[in-house]
Design a binder for this molecule. Structure first.
Ligand code: PMV
Length: 357
């Protein structure tokens, strides 16, 4: 039974893709052409907090983001928020929700917030609705809000299995390695720009899949890389892992570049960082770090604690000359969690008064 008039608050975090999702075989259900793998980031560095309250007094869902009411009639938001209907159906309830969410990302982190936002909302709503869904089932719902969000449903290193069924019931996220399997792994989130991307991932990946003949070989290549990445991570082999993620990032961005019209997310600072990573590896005589870029110019540089001082020294020069605005380091993080402290709740008395009475 859904619990009415009580606030449920959860916390979750974004993820960075090591093997990328780029291209949907089903636009509506958000089913990918290939499986993808990511690292969930640390709540202490980047997190979304979301509170959900169910009430019979509400006749529609209400959503506050960063303290500001959002227009749920907006097309993109409406599409993402269909997950609320799916959750209600799964719980056998028609209770409306008052939702308040906040992204605690460091100033200028430039990190995509949709993955952690959607994963955290699904997690909090599952508790409020008493739906009793496990991580796999919650990931199927989060996937329909934003593909990459399904991977934020779990901690550690996570695989989104592409699945083969037309209804998407086998396209879900699973943990491959827990966060403490290789705790020395570090992600440097390197922010070179905070401006909103010109082409959304949704539009960009559709354009690639629809127009780029090179895309035909992509699913097979991504699946092979996923297998090699799992092997490298299992062996805690940073040299191999770094080489795989760099090749993967370059393949995705090459596909984007060769799409018609061409899509380019990387800028001169991104290329300078790629050069610097390669030079550092060359100067050490082994691959100690690797870069990866999602749909934007900001780099994620993966290394281990052992080599982090060298990476930090290299990044310091970029910070000093102003080509990098901000760097945040994150270890491998855990999946979403409930926050029991009532002070963590984001639904204020004023919000309740206005919408519930
Ligand atoms: O889930 P979306 O629609 O934000 O797409 C994410 C696409 C990439 O970040 C570029 C790759 C990925 O696997 O996260």
């Amino acid at each position: 039974m859904p619990i009415l008039d009580r606030i449920f608050t959860a916390q979750g975090s974004p993820n960075i893709a090591f093997v990328k999702y780029w291209g949907k075989r089903d636009e509506r259900l958000i089913l990918p052409y290939n499986s993808s793998i990511s690292m969930t980031l640390d709540h202490a560095v980047l997190r979304t907090v979301t509170s959900v309250m169910l009430s019979e007094a509400l006749d529609e869902d209400v959503f506050y983001l960063g303290g500001k009411p959002q227009d749920l009639g907006d097309r993109e938001l409406k599409e993402r928020m269909q997950i609320l209907e799916i959750l209600r159906k799964a719980a056998g309830s028609d209770a409306r929700m008052l939702i308040a969410s906040h992204n605690h990302f460091p100033t200028a982190s430039g990190m995509a917030s949709s993955a952690s936002g959607i994963a955290t909302l699904v997690y909090a709503a599952n508790a409020a609705l008493q739906a009793g869904l496990n991580a796999e089932s919650m990931s199927i719902i989060a996937r329909q809000g934003s593909g990459s969000a399904c991977r934020s449903m779990l901690g550690g290193i996570v695989m989104w299995r592409k699945g083969t069924r037309a209804d998407g019931s086998d396209s879900y996220a699973q943990q491959l390695f827990a966060e403490d399997y290789w705790p020395e792994v570090v992600d440097n989130i390197v922010v070179v720009s905070q401006s909103k991307k010109k082409v959304s991932s949704r539009a960009g990946m559709k354009q690639t899949a629809d127009t780029n003949p090179l895309f035909r070989s992509r699913p097979e290549s991504a699946e092979a890389r996923a297998r090699n990445l799992i092997e490298a991570y299992k062996n805690r082999d940073m040299g191999k892992l770094a080489q795989i993620i760099m090749a993967e990032s370059n393949e995705m961005h090459a596909l984007m570049l060769s799409t018609v019209p061409s899509i380019r997310y990387l800028n001169t600072a991104s290329y300078a960082l790629m050069d610097a990573v390669e030079q550092l590896n060359m100067s050490v005589g082994e691959t100690i770090c690797g870069y990866t870029f999602d749909a934007g110019p900001n780099a994620n540089i993966i290394t281990t604690q052992e080599h982090q001082p060298k990476v930090s020294k290299m990044l310091k020069e970029f910070l000093e000359d102003g080509s990098v605005q901000y760097v945040k380091t994150s270890k491998v993080g855990s999946g979403p969690k409930m926050l029991d402290d009532p002070h963590a709740a984001l639904i204020t008395k004023d919000m309740v008064k206005e919408h519930i009475g």
